[in-house]
Design a protein around this ligand. Structure first.
Ligand SMILES: [Zn+2]
Length: 205
């Protein structure tokens, strides 16, 4: 995994061969009293008790990139945990950098990203951004949020019952945060999509 070190060894061998020294590699049995081998063995053992590494081996480019990526992700995670905004999404996604390559279609990803962020095309959001005079549900007069539509509104009672029943068969409780947290082409997710399609709420997200 360190091609640069291999190249360096090859270069060294090449330089030595240019000086007229030909190196051959061959297998030898260990612990057989072969002088050079015993010496190397002893040095290797000594090295394992050293606290300092005497040899300075620089990271290769790939390792540096990977270290930078890890450090950035750590910082991002820390920021995410300390941030005060976006807490609704934080409940759904605690760890940064996940939820990619889920196998869902781009369209489904876009649609489901909105309730994840807590922003939808439902009345409550439209009211908040000044597009509607009221954020209430047309059917029952409660605040029309995604929670309301999925968990409370009587208008979607039949679909909701079917969803709860189907989720129940998968031993999953109807928990919105849990549902939105699903990140694979999971069955519960498909059930949520079924509900949103069936109630025509999907087109309003
Ligand atoms: Zn309602």
């Amino acid at each position: 995994s360190r091609p640069d070190i291999l190249i360096e060894i090859q270069l060294t061998l090449y330089r030595m061969s240019m000086m007229g020294l030909n190196i051959h590699f061959l297998w030898i049995p260990a612990h057989y009293g072969i002088r050079g081998n015993e010496g190397v063995d002893k040095m290797a053992k000594e090295a394992t008790i050293n606290t300092l590494v005497q040899l300075d081996i620089h990271f290769c480019q790939r390792e540096i990139k990977s270290i930078i990526r890890q450090e950035m992700k750590k910082k991002w995670q820390k920021q995410w945990e300390e941030e005060r905004r976006g807490r609704w999404l934080y409940d759904i996604q605690r760890r940064v950098g996940e939820m990619r390559n889920t196998g869902r279609s781009r369209r489904e990803e876009v649609i489901i990203a909105r309730p994840r962020f807590g922003h939808t095309g439902l009345n409550k959001t439209l009211f908040m951004i000044g597009k509607l005079n009221t954020g209430k549900c047309d059917y029952c007069g409660e605040d029309e949020t995604i929670d309301h539509v999925i968990l409370q509104c009587q208008k979607y009672q039949a679909e909701s019952r079917t969803m709860v029943h189907t989720l129940g068969q998968l031993k999953v409780k109807l928990d919105l945060v849990h549902l939105l947290r699903q990140n694979s082409k999971s069955d519960c997710f498909q059930i949520l999509f079924w509900f949103l399609r069936e109630t025509r709420v999907l087109g309003r997200l």
